[in-house]
Design a protein around this ligand. Structure first.
Ligand code: SF4
Length: 109
């Protein structure tokens, strides 16, 4: 199911994506980049803090699309990816309602 949603998001977002311009609007623009990669795995406080930032991000859908299409790892669109696929391990703290918020954020902007 998520593969279908992901493919749709990638098509929409990459169609309107200017190579790096979207990063200027990122909610994480002034944050330590490591928080969205290795540090995300360190403590629950960091994970929840990063999750909250991504939920307020106006370019989350584009971010997610880039992460998937470039087979990235780390947080992209509020979801931890491992080689462009959703990581079960590093998203396991997310509740059903959190996933609902994330998908809404990725599809409603
Ligand atoms: S979704 Fe999260 S990681 Fe992606 S640009 Fe926005 S704040 Fe940064």
């Amino acid at each position: 199911m998520w593969q279908t949603v992901t493919a749709g998001l990638c098509q929409i977002s990459t169609n309107s994506m200017n190579k790096h311009l979207w990063k200027e609007s990122a909610a994480c623009k002034d944050f330590d980049t490591n928080l969205f990669f290795d540090k995300y795995e360190e403590t629950p406080d960091i994970r929840h803090g990063v999750d909250s930032v991504c939920l307020k991000c106006p370019v989350a859908a584009t971010c997610f699309a880039v992460g998937v299409s470039q087979k990235e790892y780390g947080i992209w669109g509020g979801i931890y990816l491992d080689k462009g696929k959703i990581s079960r391990e590093f998203n396991s703290h997310k509740t059903k309602s959190k996933w609902s918020e994330i998908w809404q954020n990725l599809t409603m902007r």
